[in-house]
Write a protein that binds this ligand. Structure first.
Ligand SMILES: Cc1cc2nc3c(=O)[nH]c(=O)nc-3n(C[C@H](O)[C@H](O)[C@H](O)COP(=O)(O)O)c2cc1C
Length: 299
């Protein structure tokens, strides 16, 4: 079988060039360990632990079960500064290999991560964000395309990665609408080095989402996904049926709790037909990439 590794996946020591992307409230430490065993990079937001103390307990739990790399997402601009500081200190102390930053300026986090020999990948949705993050010295840019689960950009994945690659010389990760091996292969053809996959892993056995949420992802068509800023003030994709009619944006910390009842998912729901264990999802994705390569027209 052809080798699918990329400079970034080799740098991280991954068996497969795939990241299970961090998802607010639903990614958990069980997913991180299952991803490590499957040879990909697992991750979760630090905020999925209610307190910094609970987050530290999660890091100890993960460290006791794997010495493979994993990532933690820290939302720099949206979180209380004291909590962000406590979480960054824990990333240093537990030598978390990959820091996934979103919102705000990553400059200070980059200096701390590099001193701790960690890599920083930062979320961007356009050229302006990408130039800023590249200037801050990040090791990878996560291009979040239109149709992604969670807070998403508005630019098509067909355009986003080649567009960013024209302007920044930083490795790209492709986030948005990747649920199959064909889509991984397409994102690599467009210049990405890692597939950053959220919604597909939401419908995994290990994921902390309630069973009805996972089933809703399995049942949904892409047309059931709506892009709206009405939930948290930042445009994001949600399953339409879970959005109340009388929605006013709520940017307060209480607003974040809405994500418990208003379910986010991306347009990648189109090809998610089953809740599967993470090991099976990864095996299927890798096989699908090889099948897609072999089936390219002209081969
Ligand atoms: C339910 C849900 C919650 C998310 N929460 C976060 C988050 O807290 N932090 C973050 O950086 N990205 C978050 N994301 C975005 C993912 O990390 C990733 O960029 C996205 O899921 C990729 O698109 P896909 O869902 O189409 O695969 C979330 C996505 C989903 C589906």
């Amino acid at each position: 079988m052809p080798d699918l590794s990329t400079p970034l996946s080799r740098r991280l020591g991954l068996r497969h060039p795939i990241v299970a992307a961090p998802m607010f409230l639903v990614s958990n430490r069980e997913m991180i360990v299952a991803c490590a065993e499957a040879g990909i990079l697992g991750s979760m937001p630090s905020l999925n632990a209610r307190t910094a103390e609970a987050f530290e307990a999660d890091l100890q739990w993960i460290r006791a079960r794997t010495d493979r790399p994993f990532g933690i997402n820290v939302t720099l601009g949206l979180t209380a500064p004291e909590r962000t500081e406590a979480d960054l200190t824990l990333l240093e102390r537990y030598e978390v290999p990959v820091w996934l930053t979103s919102y705000g300026n990553p400059t200070a986090a980059v200096a701390r991560a590099h001193a701790a020999k960690a890599l920083v990948f930062h979320d961007v949705v356009n050229k302006r964000h990408a130039l800023k993050a590249a200037g801050a010295g990040v090791d990878g840019l996560i291009g979040v395309a239109a149709g992604a689960g969670g807070h998403a950009g508005a630019v098509s994945p067909y355009v986003l990665y080649p567009w960013l690659a024209q302007h920044v010389d930083v490795p790209l990760l492709a986030a948005g609408c990747i649920s199959t091996g064909k889509q991984i292969l397409a994102s690599f053809a467009l210049g990405a080095q890692l597939a950053y996959v959220g919604t597909r892993f939401l419908a995994s056995t290990e994921c902390g989402a309630v069973p009805a949420y996972k089933q809703a992802v399995v049942d949904a068509d892409p047309e059931d996904v709506v892009y709206t800023a009405a939930v948290s003030g930042i445009p994001a994709n949600f399953l339409r049926a879970t959005i109340p009619d009388d929605m006013t944006p709520d940017r307060t910390p209480e607003g974040a709790r809405r994500w418990k009842d208003i379910w986010s998912a991306g347009q990648g729901v189109a090809e998610i037909h089953e809740v599967k264990p993470i090991g099976q999802i990864v095996e299927d994705l890798v096989r699908e990439v090889h099948d897609a390569l072999a089936a390219l027209p002209g081969r």
